[in-house]
Design a protein around this ligand. Structure first.
Ligand code: PLP
Length: 394
């Protein structure tokens, strides 16, 4: 089945002996389960028989969500977590269970991911090494020098929308026997499926495109055959599991994810080409830009004509006050801290996603004070453009 069909059907409508089946998976709130026979409960505990035991281990609702997310990404199994950050934490901990406690990560990543590596993993005794993932030689050298137990990267990197050579980096990671963990939140399985390139785990903030309506926080890890059981075991102990209500909302969102994403990507192309010639715009960052520094990777890795729905741009001569003025002047575009929703959103990285980094650190990474990040929604492109035009002139 194609992605669109899987999104609608996978996980739902498990036939039961009763003869009737709800068309959508219900919200199962029970925290524990009984069986007709203690022998059966024993078998479920031993994982010799599928079934439910206790809410921390999962619910029929989380099972259904995990099935659809896994089908979209093509893994051996998925784990639904209470947030994207919880999912990343689970993935890194799973990779490090029996490996060298050294993580090699991209220099530029989602702000909270950098924060977690430096403020949670490092103090816990994990050595964290950063490299420029847009430079394959630098990654190869860092792997050889530090022999990491896990490698962490993003498919489309926040917020400058670089597209590293996932396929080649996955090959290097496999040769070094270091599991590659890929945050695929920005690209979504519509643009890239990291496990097919050799990644060990693909991580999502379900809060973003997959749920898509700005009403649920969640995350997911999709793992290969080697990592799915260790991941589930760790989760059974720690319980960063996603509650059944959130699972239901995420699953409801996923049914329309391919449809929304198609529209969002098409809108992003229109908005980006309009911004590229706008007199108040210095520079745009968008994977469809023919001058994009990763044009070769984009051509090789992304489906033709689909470039994601994130567009970053620098406003000519604007400082922090100028960006605040622009964002205050928006009438339809939502100046909110998230991405991937049905509504277009604008975020100011220096104030929000990359706030925790020092101004010098941001400058080194190329995140300037006049940079804004747009998550293009499903509205009419004309309306998005008209609102941006009005605000850019304010
Ligand atoms: C939002 C986001 C996260 C964190 O997800 P939460 O659901 O907010 O915990 C991680 N990575 C990327 C790329 C994100 O956009």
């Amino acid at each position: 089945m194609k992605l669109n069909s899987r999104a609608v059907h996978s996980g739902d409508r498990k036939r039961s002996a009763s003869g009737w089946t709800p068309v959508t998976t219900p919200i199962h709130l029970a925290s524990s389960y009984i069986y007709n026979d203690m022998e059966d409960l024993d078998k479920v505990f031993a994982r010799e028989m599928p079934g439910q035991v206790y809410g921390r281990y999962g619910t029929p609702t989380s099972d259904a969500l995990e099935e659809v997310v896994n089908e979209l990404e093509g893994g051996a199994g998925a784990l639904a977590c209470s947030s994207g950050m919880a999912a990343l934490h689970m993935a890194i901990n799973t990779a490090l269970i029996d490996r060298r406690r050294v993580v090699l990560a991209g220099k530029l990543l989602y702000g909270a991911t950098l924060g977690m590596l430096m403020k949670v993993f490092e103090p816990a005794g994990v050595e964290v090494v950063f490299a420029d993932f847009d430079d394959e030689n630098e990654v190869a050298a860092a792997i050889a020098e530090h022999r990491p137990g896990a490698i962490v990267m993003e498919t489309i990197v926040n917020p400058l929308l670089r597209v590293p050579a996932l396929d080649r980096i996955a090959k290097m990671a496999n040769e070094a026997k270091a599991p590659l963990i890929v945050d695929n939140t920005f690209a979504t399985p519509m643009l890239m499926r990291p496990l097919q390139h050799g990644a060990a785990m693909s991580v999502h903030s379900l809060t973003k495109y997959l749920s898509g309506h700005g009403d649920v926080l969640g995350g997911a890890v999709v793992a290969d055959a080697e990592h799915i059981e260790p991941l589930r075991n760790l989760s059974r102990t720690l319980g960063f599991t996603l509650g059944p209500f959130e699972c239901y909302l995420a699953m409801r969102g996923i049914k329309t994810f391919p449809l929304r994403m198609e529209r969002q990507c098409a809108n992003a192309c229109r908005v980006a080409s309009w911004l590229a010639t706008h007199p108040a715009v210095d520079r745009i960052y968008f994977p469809a830009d023919p001058k994009h520094p990763d044009a070769d990777n984009i051509k090789r890795l992304l489906p033709a004509g689909i470039y994601g729905a994130m567009v970053s741009f620098e406003v000519k001569g604007a400082d922090r006050a100028g960006i605040f003025r622009l964002m205050n002047a928006l009438q339809m575009v939502v100046p909110a801290t998230s991405l991937g929703d049905v509504h277009t959103m604008m975020l100011y990285p220096a104030m929000a996603s990359h706030r925790e980094l020092s101004p010098k650190h941001r400058e080194r990474l190329g995140i300037r004070d006049n940079l804004v990040r747009l998550s293009v929604g499903i509205e009419a492109a004309e309306d998005i453009i008209a609102d941006l035009d009005r605000a850019l002139k304010a």
